[in-house]
Design a protein around this ligand. Structure first.
Ligand code: FAD
Ligand code: SF4
Length: 400
């Protein structure tokens, strides 16, 4: 900087010290914004202090979602949706590695100079370590979910210092909401945003409790996912797999592990990313792609020839299963494993599939989270719950 240049106003702000109380207090999802001088904008930018999805949709996609269109209501603004998988999956990726492949291709083709993503710490395979990756190798080292709160935005100061003008950010909904709110202050020429859905995230300690109460061998788990067949699939170091039916989870012990931020989040589908890559709207084994705008399509086009694709489909009716799950979760009902396995087999055969499975998961989580906010933060209920979530929740009868 020459002596004539003044730092931008946010550069004069001071990041909070690690471990200090965050402005969103117990609701902080540790998105990383407050670890940088962008804390200057926290009151407006934090997803838990200022819900503004509709405004930011307008900014990012040119319109906010149409609440009278059922796919928009559930999945957000989009211009295309499909199921896809890589013809040659990346070993060790969470699913088939579509996210990592897009990021590598964007670096290889010089479309971006850097990628914000999250590797793991040396000591802990699930310990999040956000990085500004400059090479495909550094992106690949970030593959697979770190299923814990992760301060991805903590590298934003490094981005500005680096002088990069074209950037890709990979992240989950709360990180992306804060990013969109400060996007204009970052001095970039082009920002691409590649999102994943996210739900039920936990602190590192909460993750340990989940692994210890659910897996036969918690210390050897390298990967897990709540899959479309209503089972949690664990993969272990020796390559073996283990499945546990959702209905067999020890709900009474697990109820408290989810982070308060995630119990009050209504952006499961990452509404503000250009492109979203998940799995829950796709058949078992496939990934689910939501293209929100032209920039998202541009990213997907880069790897189209490496993908098998098929149209999305939808089967079944989720409503009864969701309605029954509301009091069961509320009372933390835990059923014996033999009964859970039987229920799992039946629901897999007759239960919701494809987009209906995604709606099942969205309904179950939004009703649970609505109750959580109503009981714990009644003063926030009206402003914090977006209109689309209020409409979704209104389909069900909730306990007080
Ligand atoms: P990979 O190529 O393996 O890349 C994974 C990318 O995720 C990496 O670039 C990494 O930087 C990023 N990442 C890893 N951990 C985090 C984190 N904690 N915060 C931000 N970014 C991270 N999809 C659904 O359809 N339904 C769900 O309920 C669902 N829940 C999820 C919960 C969490 C906590 C996360 C992180 C993801 C979730 N997803 C969900 C997305 C899904 O599990 C896959 O991440 C997605 O399909 C991409 O798979 P992939 O093989 O293409 O990713
Ligand atoms: Fe700051 Fe992010 Fe926590 Fe909000 S969620 S208080 S922006 S670190």
């Amino acid at each position: 900087m020459t002596s004539l240049q003044q730092p931008r106003s946010h550069q004069k702000a001071k990041a909070l010290k690690p471990g200090s109380r965050r402005p969103a207090k117990a609701l902080c999802s540790e998105c990383g914004l407050c670890d940088t001088y962008y804390i200057h904008y926290v009151k407006e930018a934090c997803a838990f202090l200022n819900e503004q999805i509709a405004n930011l949709e307008e900014q990012a996609h040119g319109r906010s979602r149409n609440l009278d269109n059922s796919d928009d209501l559930y999945f957000g603004v989009h211009q295309d949706m499909m199921a896809a998988r890589k013809k040659e999956p990346i070993p060790g990726a969470q699913w088939t590695g579509i996210v990592s492949t897009i990021a590598c291709e964007m670096l290889n083709q010089g479309i971006v100079e850097g990628v914000v993503c999250v590797q793991n710490t040396k000591e802990d395979r699930f310990g999040p370590m956000p990085v500004l990756a400059r090479t495909p190798e550094e992106v690949l080292a970030a593959r697979v979910n770190k299923p814990t709160l992760s301060p991805n935005l903590s590298v934003l100061e490094e981005v500005e210092r680096s002088g990069m003008k074209k950037l890709l950010v990979i992240g989950v909904g709360c990180q992306i909401q804060a990013l969109r709110a400060v996007e204009k202050q970052m001095g970039l020429e082009k920002l691409y945003v590649l999102g994943t859905p996210c739900v039920d995230n936990v602190t590192r300690a909460g993750l340990q409790k989940f692994l210890e109460t659910t897996s036969r061998s918690p210390e050897t788990v390298v990967h897990y996912e709540f899959m479309q067949d209503f089972r949690v699939h664990f993969k272990h170091e020796d390559g073996s797999t283990e499945t546990v039916p959702f209905f067999g989870l020890k709900t009474n012990q697990l109820k408290d592990i989810f982070a308060p931020s995630c119990l009050s989040c209504f952006d499961y589908v990452n509404s503000l990313a250009d492109l979203v890559v998940g799995y829950m709207g796709a058949p078992f084994g496939w990934q689910w792609i939501v293209v929100r705008n032209d920039r998202g399509q541009e990213m997907l086009d880069l790897i189209q020839d490496q993908l098998d694709t098929q149209p999305v489909s939808s089967k079944g009716d989720r409503h009864q299963a969701v309605q029954q799950s509301i009091p069961a979760y509320d009372k933390a009902v835990t059923i014996p494993m033999w009964a859970a396995k039987m229920m799992g087999v039946v629901i897999e055969r007759i239960g919701p599939k494809g987009l209906e499975y995604a709606r099942f998961s969205i309904d179950s989580h939004y009703t649970r989270n609505y109750l959580y906010v109503k009981r714990n933060y009644p003063e926030k209920l009206d402003n914090h719950v977006p209109d689309f979530a209020k409409r979704i929740v209104a389909q069900y009868k909730l306990p007080d």
